[in-house]
Structures are given as structure tokens and as C-alpha cells.
Ligand binder design. Structure first.
Ligand code: ADP
Length: 254
């Protein structure tokens, strides 16, 4: 049984002054994205534009797990990149906790991502030369948190994801499931309001994948979680599954 993942005291899901009126944690409104359209050189030259998203609108509430289902190329990753602020869509609004990411400078968008969004990747993306604890603590280095506090928070999270006895192990000394738990702990270390996961069980066997999904479900109790997958077992943990095709919502799961 996985321990309950506790949120950092003082940062409740509904209590901060900036979100006194409850808002969707994530909100996309009529989002269209064309890769390759940013530079006029591409349009006028041989470059082609690819329309990855065509008028996507969706919302994810606090405590809700929303799945994104769709064949390869349907736009799942592009949506996750837009939510994390890694990509600014060609048109439309992407709001995190009520703030339109497109209205922020690049630096403030990065800040918003670090503050509000945790990201879990299919292939874990751990740094191989760093211990599990140092990997988990890494976002706190970027946030300027003092080392003793980083170590304490990373250790506590590793204990909460069931890896209290693996703290000093390198990623290469861990199983796939353990690596993904480290990655989830890292995604949670800044206590984000939103967790996004792109095929989080894609590299794992069924039993290990089920454990990781249980962990994600536990995490979601007081966060918004957006999971992209084409695996039905992964999507089964979602409260609602949005189906995509060719960059459009064909079923919003409501
Ligand atoms: P999914 O995650 O569902 O597989 P993606 O969001 O990765 O879908 O891709 C949606 C569409 O955008 C596809 O046609 C894909 O080829 C295209 N695409 C994705 N990333 C890029 C990119 N960096 N440059 C150009 N086209 C891209």
C-alpha cells in the first residue's frame, strides 16, 4: 500500500488568495496549434505547417484525473506541452489556475510551470549520474531552496512513494517501476497543482504499471492530473477520458 502523498503545509488546493473563487486548475479555450507557422520563412519556403490542434477546449478541476486518448499524432503531447507552457499555441487560451500562459513573458511562463506543474514522462528522464534523492531535489535547486530543505523534502517524498530504502541509489540501480516512482516524486517536489503524465506506464510491465497508476491516483486527490495514453488500463484510472482525433476533441467524456 502506498503512503498518502501529502501536500506541503500552507499550500492548500483552494486556500490561496489568488484562487479564492474556485477555478479549473487547467483550462484550454479554442486552442489551435500549427507547428512551423511561427516563422514566415517556413511558410514562404519549402517548410510545411502541421496543424496539431484544431480548436481544443477542455477543463481539468482540482482532484480530477482526465485522460487524453487518441492515436499517435492526434495531438496528446502537444496539449500537454501547451499546458506545461513549453509551447505557446498559435491561437487560443491556456489557463493555469486562471492565468493565461500566453500573456506571460517567457521567464514568467517558466516560473508558472515550475510553481504549478509537475511532469512525468514515459521514459522517466532521470539524470543517470545523480542519486534518486538528488534527482528528486533537482527542481528545488532551480527554485533556490537551501540544500538541507531540499534533502529533507526529497527524502520525505521518496519515502512516501515507497522508496525510503533507495534514496542513494542511482537510476541505473533501480527497476523501471522504481525509476518512474522517483520521477513522480520529482514531479511532486515543488508541490504542483497540476500533474501531467505522457504515457506514464509505456515502459512498464502490467503489474508495475498498475502500481504506478495507483500512485498517480493517490497523488490526484488534491491535484489536477492530465494523463495522455493509448493504453486502456492506464486510462481506466481517469475520472473522465477525452478522445482526440486529428487535433480535435471527438468526445469530451462528460
Ligand atoms: P500524439 O502525442 O497524440 O502522438 P503529437 O501532439 O505528438 O500527437 O502530434 C500531433 C501532430 O503534430 C502530429 O501530426 C505530429 O507529427 C505533429 N508534430 C508534433 N511535434 C511536432 C514538431 N515539433 N514539429 C512539427 N510537427 C510536429
Amino acid at each position: 500500500m502506498i503512503n498518502r502523498i501529502l501536500r506541503v503545509s500552507g499550500k492548500s488546493t483552494t486556500g490561496s488568495s489568488e484562487d479564492a473563487a474556485p477555478k479549473a486548475a487547467v483550462r484550454l479555450e479554442d486552442v489551435t496549434h500549427e507547428y512551423g507557422s511561427g516563422g514566415s520563412r517556413l511558410r514562404s519556403g519549402t517548410g510545411r505547417t502541421v496543424t496539431a490542434l484544431r480548436g481544443i477546449s477542455l477543463e481539468v478541476e482540482n482532484g480530477e484525473i482526465v485522460g487524453l486518448r487518441g492515436p499517435s499524432g492526434s495531438g496528446k503531447s502537444t496539449i500537454l506541452h501547451a499546458v506545461s507552457g513549453l509551447l505557446v499555441p498559435t491561437r487560443g487560451r491556456v489557463e493555469l489556475k486562471g492565468t493565461d500562459l500566453a500573456g506571460l513573458s517567457g521567464r514568467n511562463r517558466t516560473r508558472a510551470r515550475r510553481r504549478h506543474v509537475g511532469i512525468v514522462f514515459q521514459r522517466f528522464h532521470l539524470l543517470p549520474s545523480l542519486s534518486a534523492r538528488a534527482n528528486v531535489a533537482l527542481p528545488l535547486v532551480q527554485a533556490g531552496v537551501p540544500k538541507p530543505d531540499r534533502r529533507e523534502r526529497a527524502t520525505a517524498l521518496l519515502e512516501q512513494v515507497g522508496l525510503g530504502d533507495r534514496i542513494t541509489h542511482l537510476p541505473g540501480e533501480l527497476s523501471g517501476g522504481e525509476r518512474q516512482r522517483v520521477a513522480i516524486a520529482r514531479a511532486l517536489v515543488s508541490d504542483p497543482d497540476v500533474l501531467i503524465a505522457d504515457e506514464p506506464t509505456g515502459e512498464l510491465d502490467t503489474a508495475t504499471g498498475a502500481d504506478v497508476l495507483e500512485l498517480l491516483t493517490d497523488v490526484a486527490r488534491d491535484r489536477a492530473v492530465l494523463v495522455a495514453s493509448h493504453d486502456d488500463e492506464t486510462l481506466a484510472v481517469a475520472d473522465r477520458v477525452i478522445s482526440l482525433r486529428d487535433g480535435q476533441v471527438i468526445d469530451d467524456g462528460r
